[in-house]
Design a protein around this ligand. Structure first.
Ligand SMILES: Cc1cc2nc3c(=O)[nH]c(=O)nc-3n(C[C@H](O)[C@H](O)[C@H](O)COP(=O)(O)O)c2cc1C
Ligand SMILES: [Fe+2]
Ligand SMILES: [Fe+2]
Length: 392
């Protein structure tokens, strides 16, 4: 029997569990897989499907819908988000049920056209606060752009106070039905926030503002478990979207022959001595999701890299680019480097970090293996960084 869970009366989870997926967007590691959550809301007169699933799971979705009376029973398909992990099987569902209307935002319609070639006459465009009556169940739409694409919206089930926010409030975990079933869910949710939502902090804040005053008794996102008690995840999101940082430093480094590592070790020693929360990632063996999670509330970032072919080591170049695109709220940065003859790593790091809002407190660039004097410079830089981090 396919797994179908009734969350509240007339509201069913018909999502799928992708236990084996290990990479998202060809970038984000998924150690615990993920889910693509889709939901059915059954009213007295009409039935709606909220989002679909990743391509490849069409048969699973169909089998689940069969448990609830089949695809023919559906009147509306709500597209909260056009990304293929939720919208990729829309063409399949529209083909199976020819009377079904696809409900989406105006920007959603544009994307549905180009990504899935949905004809105009199958689409029904909705705006902020528009509602669809299913009979005893009312779906209200809340435009929430850039969470995580320009077209995204939330769907709110008025009578049962259930929020379907798609990617927002999600986490990557294939296991568990409800939040309490998943160990350390907030840690997973924080990494996910760092990877997916942190670049859109302003939109995330606006999304949170739109939810103010809305009574919510359950949050049913499109990845990971369902929050039957919304409070912990809402409080966490208020914190993460605030952009407030902690007395915390995240260090990302790469070394080939240990010189840069020696500089990093000195930096870590001083930071720990000063009681600063310090997270250290050796880039070639680190999961970028853990780094993204730590960047959510780090006040400073330290990048360590030797010079390779006149610039940053490719791993450090990747990390610096990530910092640039993820737009973490960090205020300060420092660079540690070792070079053999020309140098160039520090220059490239400054070129990348320069245009960001992050203030580069200093850099130590050492020729070859660090001497006692070089380590003294690292110590001075570390102390300046500590002062900045403490000052807020
Ligand atoms: C593949 C490779 C390319 C390098 N390219 C440069 C370079 O263009 N300019 C330079 O000054 N040093 C270059 N170096 C030398 C390293 O920057 C130098 O050995 C440094 O001390 C290594 O730091 P590490 O011990 O942290 O790996 C290169 C080293 C390697 C292995
Ligand atoms: Fe998405
Ligand atoms: Fe998604």
């Amino acid at each position: 029997m396919p797994e179908v869970n009734e969350l509240v009366n007339g509201v069913f989870w018909v999502g799928v569990r992708d236990w084996d997926r290990r990479l998202f967007d060809a970038l984000v590691p998924l150690p615990y897989g993920t889910t693509y959550n889709a939901y059915v809301v059954v009213g007295d007169k009409k039935t709606a499907l909220i989002d679909t699933v990743n391509p490849g799971f069409e048969g699973d979705l169909k089998a689940k819908l069969d448990v609830l009376g089949g695809m023919d029973k559906l009147d509306y398909l709500i597209m909260n988000h056009a990304e293929p992990d939720h919208a990729g099987t829309i063409p399949f569902v529209l083909e199976e049920n020819k009377k079904l209307k696809l409900v989406l935002t105006e920007k959603g319609a544009k994307l549905a056209k180009v990504l899935y070639h949905v004809p105009d006459d199958r689409m029904m465009i909705v705006k902020q606060d528009d509602q669809i009556e299913l009979g005893g169940k009312t779906l209200r739409f809340i435009e929430a752009p850039f969470l995580h694409w320009p077209e995204t919206m939330f769907t709110y089930l008025v009578e049962d106070k259930v929020l379907f926010p798609c990617d927002f409030f999600g986490a990557h975990s294939a296991g568990g039905v409800f939040a309490e079933d998943v160990q350390d869910l907030l840690t997973l949710a924080k990494k996910y926030y760092g990877e997916i939502m942190m670049p859109f902090t302003k939109s995330a804040k606006q999304g949170m503002a739109k939810l103010e005053g809305l009574e919510i008794s359950m949050i049913a996102p499109s990845h990971g478990p369902i929050h039957s008690d919304p409070e912990p995840i809402v409080l966490a999101y208020l914190d993460w979207t605030s952009g407030e940082t902690k007395e915390k430093v995240t260090i990302c480094y790469v070394t080939m022959w240990q010189s840069t590592k020696t500089l990093v070790d000195k930096m870590v020693e001083i930071l720990l001595e000063e009681g600063i929360e310090t997270k250290v990632y050796s880039l070639p063996v680190s999961d970028m999701a853990n780094i993204a999670g730590d960047l959510v509330d780090s006040r400073a970032i330290v990048l360590g890299s030797p010079t390779v072919l006149n610039g940053l080591h490719p791993q450090a170049l990747y990390a610096a680019s990530l910092v640039k695109v993820l737009r973490p709220p960090a205020k300060y940065a420092a660079v540690l480097s070792s070079f053999g003859w020309s140098g160039g790593a520090v220059k490239q790091a400054l070129e990348i970090l320069g245009p960001t809002k992050i203030e580069v407190v200093g850099a130590v660039d050492v020729n070859g293996r660090p001497t006692a004097e070089d380590l003294k410079k690292v110590e001075e830089l570390a102390r300046s960084l500590v002062e900045k981090v403490r000052s807020g």
